[in-house]
Write a protein of this length. Sequence first.
Length: 335
Amino acid sequence: MENEHLAYVIIKLLADDQNIVPYRPPIARIYREHGNRAPINATLFLQQVVYWWAREWPDHPSFTPFYKFNEPSDHSHYKPGDSWVEELQMTRKEFLAARNKVGLKKKWGVPLAQVRYLATTNGKLQPVIYWTTTNRLTYYTICIPALFSILKLVYPKEEVALLRESTITQNPKRGVSKIPKGELAKSQKGSYLNPKRGVRRSETTQRPQTETTRQQQQSVVEVAELLTNFGITEPAISDPAVLSTHPNDVRAWIWYTKTQHGLTSPAGFLVHKLRRSQNPPLKFRLLAGLPQETLTWLKDHTHLQGRLDSHVDLPPGLDIELANLWFRIHNKEDE
């Protein structure tokens, strides 16, 4: 299935190798265009947060919050090298500036879902969310919809497979070359910087994006937005089985869920259906598949609810039963 696990692949490729500190100029360009005066540092920090968040190791499932120290500490959990300033070779000031640009701090007592909603809607390109616990550990996580909003800006014309090939390995057949460590700071052509190995990726691996891949990316972004608006949060919103669902099926299940009375957990019900790849009821599926002009007609004719008959000129593909179903869902949303 072409769309299966697309979200998982994108994020895992962004987070592929712990020994590589990737630098993606297209992401830095987006941050520069949004007024960031240190876009390279912001991009490097974002990449490493994605890496640690998506990585799986003992006692840490992938796509879950993780903690990391700002700088060397006397904390009992600290290990040499386990801080941002050591990992990124930034000063404390540079690190804090980068974190402020791409991250939102969750204050004590504020629900995580509320901060995720802000990250998704504020338009500031801040997919990183962090908070400090009472035992002085600062945790980090990623807001999926906010991250996809950045990817949508960065890669509108590039193939998702480019992310796969842009992972550095020491394999000359994949266009990888070593450069002197002293030249790292001077190089502007290399897409990946590794202070320890001095590795950069050749530009020869880039390929044009196919129309199918663009549609897949747009589909994942649309699904993430639908789920966020319905109140779905981690870990469900990061589940590849959920994100790979067709947007019309997600929309249909959301509408169906809204018409069901007595559900203890509407969000849990919806996620369960999506994870099992169940088809929504036919009427809701047909409704979700209506063209935009038909949905616009319905929005403009809500006054006809309960008064539709054979004398009303309906748009093609729409019947009285479907129209009344849409009116019922619409009125429930307005309650």
